[in-house]
Ligand binder design. Structure first.
Ligand SMILES: *Cc1c(COP(=O)(O)O)cnc(C)c1O
Length: 373
């Protein structure tokens, strides 16, 4: 027992490191009463689009809405099929279902746990409208072959970039790799707001123009509405907080990458642990550092007992969730995702963590695995 508790993420430590900037930005929003959209949100939208290498960013209420609006903007609707991964947070599939479309799950690769691009073509039918690659754990999906296939079959590619702020794929940023991308700024993401927030990012002017209206009651002006839509606008406070934090994002990602590399090096000496592969075609945003272990739940309990707050992303693949039972996907149909769900373990990773914390986690993991033998 070290006695030192190591959390999975530490948002308090991050706030302390940027407290002056954040407090000033929040006070400014309150003084200006610019609570919904407004200049602070617009400034953030411009800066985030630029970081992504895209022409437009449209701030919305959360990442799930961003995905839903992005899918709707490319024409997904009732009766359509959308191909995606079962190894993701439920929001990916919920956004598809919200439009009356059906998620079609394709299995993942064993090494990266990303959508297995080689298996996508066989899942395309006459109803398929779009493909949603999820840049899981901060690492981009292998987008070149996926986009080539989508082009050949006239399908839209909508990136779920909720975990991949600043990630690179062959020198290009997540958010600029498909026709349109959705980001979440849930507080625990690499770029997190102080509440719910999300964004749609695109270089397609028609998609951008539609989403900008659709997040705000189909508005053309205050009381003129082009179409029936919804209310999913970014708060002024969130825009101001995100603009401050965006200036730190790439630095924080570098810290995460250095800590992930430290885990890689230290874990070589620990038997029974297999880190999830980070492919050499890009640079991961290292949102989550995941490993595979046998007897995962016992290892997890032992880690927690020693003060290391590990997590699991994700314990149940979407096709095995009650919410998707009606799809009728049989157990064993997507074996790589199903096996991974029993084995993955997410180790603490956040920019304020020290290399010593990494050593503490690795030795606790070694002890936990020792108990298994
Ligand atoms: C967080 C997340 C979302 C949803 O974002 P919210 O802002 O919580 O709605 C969608 N997809 C993935 C992969 C996520 O990790």
């Amino acid at each position: 027992m070290t006695g030192a508790r190591i959390p999975l993420v530490d948002l308090k430590a991050q706030y302390q490191s940027i407290r002056g900037e954040i407090d000033e930005a929040m006070a400014r929003v309150v003084a200006n009463t610019s609570f919904i959209l407004g200049a602070e949100v617009e400034a953030f939208e411009r800066a985030f689009a630029e970081l992504c290498g895209a022409s437009r960013c449209i701030g919305v209420g959360n990442g799930t809405d961003a995905l839903t609006l992005a899918l709707q903007a490319v024409g997904v609707g009732a009766g359509d099929e959308v191909i995606t991964t079962p190894f993701t947070f439920i929001a990916t599939a919920e956004a598809i279902g919200a439009l009356g479309a059906r998620p079609v799950f394709v299995d993942v690769r064993r090494d990266t746990l990303q959508l297995d691009v080689g298996k996508v073509e066989a899942a395309i039918t006459a109803r398929t409208r779009a493909i949603v690659p999820v840049h899981l754990y901060g690492q981009a999906v292998d987008m070149d072959p996926l986009c080539e296939l989508a082009r050949a079959r006239n399908l839209a590619v909508v990136e779920d970039a909720a975990q991949a702020h600043g990630a690179l794929y062959r020198g290009r940023r997540a958010g600029s790799l498909g026709r349109v991308a959705a980001f979440s700024f849930y507080p625990g993401k690499n770029l997190g707001a102080y509440g719910d927030a999300g964004a749609v990012v695109t270089s397609d002017p028609a998609v951008a123009a539609w989403v900008a209206k659709a997040r705000d009651h189909g508005r053309m002006s205050k009381y003129e509405h082009e179409f029936e839509a919804r209310n999913s606008r970014m708060d002024g406070l969130q825009g101001a907080v995100l603009a401050v934090k965006l200036r730190h994002l790439l630095g924080w990602n570098e810290r995460r990458q250095a800590l992930a590399a430290a885990y890689d090096r230290a874990l070589v000496a620990v038997t029974g642990v297999e880190p999830v592969t980070r492919a050499d075609y890009g640079v991961s945003a290292c949102h989550i550092y995941a490993v595979r272990v046998a007897q995962r739940d016992k290892v997890l309990a032992a880690l927690r007992a020693s003060g290391v707050e590990a997590g699991v992303h994700y314990p149940v693949p979407l096709h095995r969730q009650p919410a998707y039972a009606a799809l009728g996907v049989e157990p064993g149909a997507l074996p790589v995702a199903e096996a991974a769900a029993h084995e993955v373990l997410s180790l603490p990773l956040y920019p304020e963590m020290s290399p010593l914390d990494v050593e503490t986690v690795v030795s606790a993991l070694g002890n936990a695995l020792g108990m298994e033998r």
